[in-house]
Design a protein around this ligand. Structure first.
Ligand SMILES: NC(=O)c1ccc[n+]([C@@H]2O[C@H](COP(=O)([O-])OP(=O)(O)OC[C@H]3O[C@@H](n4cnc5c(N)ncnc54)[C@H](O)[C@@H]3O)[C@@H](O)[C@H]2O)c1
Length: 310
């Protein structure tokens, strides 16, 4: 019984793999190292329960072979083009990896008789709103990234009709914590502070985001897949609270103790950006007793420690 994690070199993948290994699972991590971080794989070189498969998730034959050769029973499908500006800049690549890649994993699920599959979707499938998003709302993505993730969800619904596999669709909100691979706002600030910059050059700080500690999100994903009993279970993975990005910057700068002023960098202001993203988390609470840490200060303090900044 082996669990496969696609996007194994990525940010969330590294935490999901840690959780699985801590729970005694055998894991095969699949990634083509297009981005992510090679160190997330190399740190596991000596772990007998971990194998790395350097495979492109859009290569249907290679993904199926990885599943069958390793006797995979459960899959966490996280590989994606996730950084929204990169997806907006290259929509064809976003469609290829996020849509074709997901179908490729679904083909492997069918051919390998996989029992359970979790899919990393996003809060970006919802239409912009000032209210918390409940899973039953009609999705209406706002950008190409959200659209490709919604298509991934639809491909799962299509595949499920002819399979006994149990599927979990996890709509993640904004993950934060050590090991981040994409230049989101938190690693951006950390990098600028580490470079000794007294002036932070950032994008729009008015949007509000539901910030989820990444280690807690990784554990929740593993627990939710084990607990899901419907053919398809869809859950939000957020905290239920939205923070203004300007307040996040203030908290980070104050906890880092470096002092810094903020200037707007026009190159970092996104042409179109939703102003508010917040999860309704009742369903995940009912499924696994999800009670994420609401304390942004505590999470940022842990992150700064991991970055060697406190
Ligand atoms: N980080 C967040 O805040 C967040 C929020 C919502 C949803 N998600 C979703 O969670 C998942 C993981 O996100 P992340 O932050 O870890 O992203 P990430 O960019 O760190 O990881 C993605 C991984 O996928 C790999 N990959 C890309 N193309 C591939 C291909 N063709 N074949 C094989 N591997 C390939 C990359 O090399 C990378 O290691 C993604 O599906 C993302 O859309 C993340």
């Amino acid at each position: 019984m082996t669990t496969m994690v696609t996007g194994a070199a990525g940010y969330l993948g590294s935490y999901v793999i840690d959780t699985l290994l801590e729970r005694g699972k055998k894991v095969v991590g699949l990634d083509n190292l297009a981005w992510g971080n090679k160190e997330h794989i190399e740190r596991l070189d000596d772990n007998p329960n971990f194998t790395f498969a350097n495979v492109d998730v859009t290569d249907t034959g290679a993904v199926s072979a990885t599943v069958q050769e390793n006797g995979v029973t459960d899959i966490f499908h996280l590989a994606a083009l996730h950084f929204i500006p990169a997806a907006v800049a290259d929509p064809s690549l976003a469609v290829r990896i996020n849509v074709l890649g997901t179908q490729s994993v679904l083909d492997a699920v069918r051919d390998g008789g996989v029992e359970r599959m979790a899919f990393a979707s996003t809060g970006d499938v919802y239409a912009p709103s000032d209210d918390a998003h409940h899973e039953d709302l009609e999705p209406a993505p706002f950008n190409i990234y959200g659209l490709t993730k919604l298509q991934g969800e639809q491909l799962i619904a299509n595949a499920q009709r002819s399979l006994d596999t149990k599927f979990l669709v996890a709509r993640f909100f904004n993950l934060y914590g050590a090991r981040e691979t994409n230049p989101h706002i938190v690693p951006e600030i950390v990098d600028q502070l580490k470079a000794g910059s007294g002036v932070l050059r950032l994008g729009n700080l008015d949007p509000r985001r539901d910030m989820v500690p990444v280690d807690e999100a990784g554990k929740a994903l593993v627990e939710a897949l084990a607990a899901a009993s419907d053919p398809i279970t869809t859950v939000n993975v957020g905290t239920g609270t939205a923070h203004r990005m300007g307040d996040l910057v203030d908290t980070l700068v104050s906890l880092a103790g470096t002092g810094a002023t903020v200037e707007t960098d026009p190159a970092k202001v996104r042409k179109s950006e939703r102003m508010h993203l917040q999860a309704d988390v009742g369903r995940l609470r009912n499924l696994i007793g999800w009670a994420p840490s609401p304390d942004l200060e505590a999470g940022i303090t842990t992150l700064l420690k991991a970055e060697g900044m406190t």
